[in-house]
Design a protein around this ligand. Structure first.
Ligand SMILES: Cc1cc2nc3c(=O)[nH]c(=O)nc-3n(C[C@H](O)[C@H](O)[C@H](O)COP(=O)(O)OP(=O)(O)OC[C@H]3O[C@@H](n4cnc5c(N)ncnc54)[C@H](O)[C@@H]3O)c2cc1C
Length: 275
């Protein structure tokens, strides 16, 4: 029997940080490292943790950020708040002689999105405003097998899953890529540990791969994240055909084709929302 991992809540903070490094980790991915005094107290221990990153309104060039008050989060009266969810990839606490640092890995998908455009242009000294994470959920307990499915946007979270799942627990992973060269995003040790199978962006390839795994007992947990619409058949298969209870799967729409800044809390399949 699988149990949801415990969620640890964090005090919500909005931090203004400075870019201290940028590194191309594959042709499609840039790792942006941020640092600064406001990073003190940052915590992120869960594989699916996410921070809200705030970006300037492309129409006005103005960065509008909410404030955290004792009464809650306050939106400013003027300006448009533009935020996107990103996975804190690695947090390195301060040590004697080095400041705390936090890495975010951005898929560069073009100039149309404020986040992708910002990451493409960010240089040392650029400012990045980071909200949260609000909490961290531990890996589900009791699973003897994890099936992980991701597109590029979910690769940072996939890497965190692989690092969080206890040794000895079986992992099978499917990753859908538009460009083969982005397979370089994952370290060989991750690819080996999680038995990563690379798939093309051909419609239905992720669903077929998951179907080919065959029957899933009550010891298997499935996580799938990526483009929301393409995940609908996968969720239907897990939930309706296999009848997995919700403690055995999590399907998360990380972005939606043609829908800028989509809220991932919205159901990916509005005809069949989560109970
Ligand atoms: C919990 C969570 C964690 C995430 N972690 C990461 C992460 O670590 N790294 C990361 O790169 N992304 C991550 N994402 C996805 C990221 O938030 C979205 O891709 C987001 O839409 C990017 O914002 P944007 O401003 O660049 O584009 P938007 O303004 O949101 O979109 C502009 C246009 O680009 C399209 N678009 C958006 N994303 C993509 C894409 N990946 N490929 C092609 N077209 C796209 C949209 O459909 C829209 O038409 C995460 C999402 C969630 C919900």
């Amino acid at each position: 029997m699988i149990e949801q991992g415990t969620t640890v809540h964090h005090d919500f903070a909005i931090r203004s940080l400075t870019v201290t490094n940028r590194q191309e980790i594959s042709p499609g991915f840039v790792r942006i490292t941020v640092s600064g005094p406001e990073l003190a107290g940052f915590v992120s221990t869960g594989a699916t943790d996410h921070s809200k990153l705030f970006f300037a309104d492309p129409a006005t060039g103005t960065l509008t950020v909410p404030t955290v008050t004792p009464e809650g989060i306050k939106r400013p009266e003027h300006g448009t708040v533009i935020s996107r969810d990103y996975t804190p990839r690695v947090f390195r606490d301060a040590t004697e002689g080095s400041d705390a640092e936090l890495d975010f890995d951005f898929l560069l998908h073009g100039e149309a999105g404020p986040a992708s455009a910002w990451a493409a242009a960010a240089t040392l000294g650029s400012t990045l405003v980071v909200g949260g994470p609000r909490g961290s959920r531990e890996v589900p307990k009791g699973a003897t097998r994890f099936i992980l499915a991701a597109d590029e946007t979910a690769l940072p979270a996939l890497a965190r899953w692989i690092e969080s799942i206890p040794e000895g627990v079986d992992i099978i992973s499917f990753v859908q890529l538009s460009n083969d060269f982005d397979a370089a995003y994952l370290e060989p040790a991750h690819v080996h540990r999680a038995k990563v199978i690379w798939l093309s962006k051909e419609v239905g390839s992720l669903e077929r791969a998951i179907r080919n795994v065959g029957p899933m007992g009550d010891d298997t947990f499935v996580w799938a994240a990526g483009e929301a619409t393409s995940l609908v058949p996968i969720r239907r298969y897990l939930r309706n055909e296999l009848g997995l209870p919700k403690n055995q799967y999590k399907v998360d729409g990380y972005w939606k084709q043609g829908e800028p800044g989509r809220d991932h809390h919205l159901p990916i399949d509005p005809t069949d929302p989560e109970d």
